[in-house]
Design a protein around this ligand. Structure first.
Ligand code: NAD
Ligand code: TDX
Length: 331
């Protein structure tokens, strides 16, 4: 199989490439990535020599056409992915997430290539903290932020291209990922690397917002289950029943790093901050037999803390610029 992976130098995409090189030696991988602030060739260093890397933009129709024409399957991870950035400057989100997805869809349509679209649970909006409900593939779209609205837009393009043009496309909407190679702007690596630098963790608002955490390895094994057995035109939700308040996550990190559990600060809230996400992954489990294999959240978090301690050379170049951006936002 010849696989084109967009965004393969980012967090989830690079983990997907590592996992694929490890578990599927028969797959030939081409990575297309623009190496924005969020992408790094260093994230692919362990698999250098096993994958072909092309630096380029998914809105470049000529380049996309050339690469899609040579592929059997496209897995589309590339995106602008950070909510806080989207509140500050939405334009790159419209450009990459909407126009970039459109560009890929037109190419897979022309060349009859199988397409898997990586999306997020944030397209469904948020749930009340005390609501027993979880998101299902039937939950109506109701995105809150510029980031999630551009992801929702891209999902709707995929659905339309599948229905109107018969594109062999599947979509997955996953909950919050954690693990190695995640940019230090995101919640968990930001707090771990702050603590390494002697800075107290920062919780937005009350700290009571809930996220449904999944280890990136489990997300990516689900993506492979969908590539292997997913039905074209279908949407699959990926999650591992990992609901935690942000405060609980910070307390767990503090404990793992040998600090007092209340050694954190509350800072100003994110505008429009979604309260709670929760995924019902039963369709994926029942139809495709997928199960998360990574251990408990605490074990995964301990491994992630160890990874950031051992890989300072990977994250250090991002840190000052990221914290400068946050201090401009007062967070
Ligand atoms: P990331 O920001 O770490 O990586 C994004 C990658 O895309 C980077 O390597 C970047 O250089 C590349 N990229 C950005 N714009 C590009 C463009 N125009 N052309 C080519 N490459 C471009 O993001 P991530 O956290 O790995 O997320 C990957 C995908 O998974 C995204 O589609 C995101 O919406 C989705 N997702 C993420 C999470 C999460 O918790 N991180 C959860 C669910 C879904
Ligand atoms: O310093 C912080 N303090 C804090 O309390 C940061 C950076 C975040 N937070 C809160 C905001 C959220 O409630 O932590 C939670 C997680 O924040 P992010 O890591 O920014 O993730 P989130 O906004 O939930 O979105 C993530 O999951 C869904 C990814 O960034 C998206 O790409 C994905 O689609």
């Amino acid at each position: 199989m010849r696989l084109l992976v967009t965004g393969g130098a980012g967090f989830i995409g690079s983990n997907f490439v590592h996992q694929t090189v490890r578990d599927r030696p028969d797959v030939q991988i081409v990575v297309l990535d623009a190496l924005t602030y969020a992408g790094s060739e260093a994230s692919l260093a362990p698999v250098r020599g096993s994958v072909e890397f092309r630096k380029g933009d998914i809105t470049d129709a000529e380049l996309v056409d050339e690469l899609v024409a040579q592929a059997d399957v496209v897995v589309h991870f590339a995106a602008e992915s950070h909510n806080d950035n989207s509140l500050h400057d939405p334009w790159p989100f419209v450009q990459t997430n909407v126009i970039g997805t459109y560009t890929l869809l037109e190419a897979v349509r022309r060349h009859g290539v199988r397409y898997h679209h990586i999306s997020t649970d944030e397209v469904y909006g948020d749930l009340e903290l005390d609501d027993p409900a979880k998101f299902t593939p039937e939950t109506p779209y109701n995105p809150s932020s510029p980031y999630s609205s551009t992801k929702a837009s891209s999902d709707l393009l995929v659905r339309a291209w599948a229905r109107s043009f018969g594109v062999q496309a599947t979509i997955s909407n996953c909950s919050n990922n954690y693990g190695p190679y995640q940019h230090v702007e995101k919640f968990i690596p930001r707090q771990i690397t702050n603590l390494i630098d002697g800075v107290r963790p920062k919780l937005y608002g009350s700290g009571q917002n809930v996220r449904d955490w999944i280890h990136v390895e489990d997300h990516n094994s689900a993506v492979w289950a969908i590539i292997d057995g997913g039905r074209p035109g279908e949407t699959y939700l990926i999650g591992a029943d990992g609901e935690e308040t942000n405060q609980q996550v910070v307390e767990a990190i503090l404990e793992l790093m040998g600090r007092s559990r209340d050694d954190y600060d509350l800072v100003s809230d994110r505008p429009g901050h979604d309260l709670r996400y929760a995924i019902d992954a039963s369709k994926l489990k029942e139809e495709l037999g997928w199960e998360p294999r990574f251990g408990s959240f605490t074990d995964g978090l301990a491994a992630t803390v160890a990874w950031y301690r051992e890989n300072e050379a990977w994250w250090r170049p991002q840190k000052d610029e990221t914290e400068a951006r946050y201090s401009g936002l007062g967070r």
